[in-house]
Design a binder for this molecule. Sequence first.
Ligand code: MUC
Ligand code: MG
Length: 381
Amino acid sequence: MTGFAVERIEARILDIPTIRPHKLSFGSISRQSPVIVQLWLKNGACGFGEAATIGGPSWNEESPESILHAITQYLAPALLGEFGGGFESALARMDRACKGNAFAKSAIEMALVDAVARTLNMPAWQLLGGKVHQSLPLAWTLASGDVARDLQEAHLRLEQKRHHIFKIKIGARAPEDDVAHVSQIARGLQGKATLTVDVNQAWDGNTARRYLPPLVEAGVTLIEQPVARWNVEALRSLTATLDGALIMADETVCTPQDAFMLASLKASHVFSLKVAKHGGLVRTRKIAAVAEAADIGWYGGTMLETTLGSAASAHVFSTLSAQHHGCELFGPQLLVDDIVEQQMPITNFALQLPDGPGFGVEVSLAQLNRFDRARQGQAPV
Ligand code: MUC
Ligand code: MG
């Protein structure tokens, strides 16, 4: 078992521009800054992990810089020389060294799962319980802020058979303007697409109760995090009373305790699962288990990771129950370039699970160096 000892862990921040500004309720982003972890076991196997945030610390408390700091100063030292083959014990060690910091822990755990799976020459899904989905319907987010541009994007993706589920980011403008924006898009895509919205916590309970019905009337069928993370009472009342659409928790559901609380209060129909906010692949399965036990559906969420983090997410999502609403692992398509040799295929509106050892994708060291924040401006090596 000494081969599974953790020998070395390195981490770096990349800066990768997006193909267009991505507008959310709390601001507009034009680059992603994922933290990439590289972890070596004593047996020579090397695994990669990723934690991406959106808008620095705007989406939640963690930022690329805080993730890097937690990894290099606390989490890596807690694992070096220790047995890496047990994911639960590695998570417990990290918890003892550092409270919270779920994104940082998820990047290390991801790299550990990759390295162990590569040692065993197995796909990660095999270590996570075995796959039940080979592909998942893949949503695209319309977030240019402009109706004509959003419709052009949606039509192109429909034609290419890449996406027919579209999530519209709202909450930055007046609610009346959001309703008008979504209604115009819904008219332009009528009969061709499924529409969802993500308010990213922007509304209070009264605004949500007033403006969600017209959105449902326009054709929206899934509503993500309409109110603040803490506003569980509004989530509960909307879940109980809104007709014709499902309420999905995102920022409110991070830990298994959040999931249990929401399930007990019947305060969501669906959970958006995200490996980073749950603190890793193993813990994502725990949230999914609560959802399954409470008859709550799941959705494969993203923090706009590169293909590395997206493939890791696809591996754990492939092991979950049938009660799902597809996934949105489209991060790689929003970035100008990727860090892997080959992206995951998208065929017939669905993301295909990459098989092969680890997460089934090969990270390019040249691309890591190209986007490495610490090396930007230096000649490529
Ligand atoms: C979120 O809150 O869901 C995911 C896709 C996207 O466009 O933004 C994110 C974050
Ligand atoms: Mg969301």
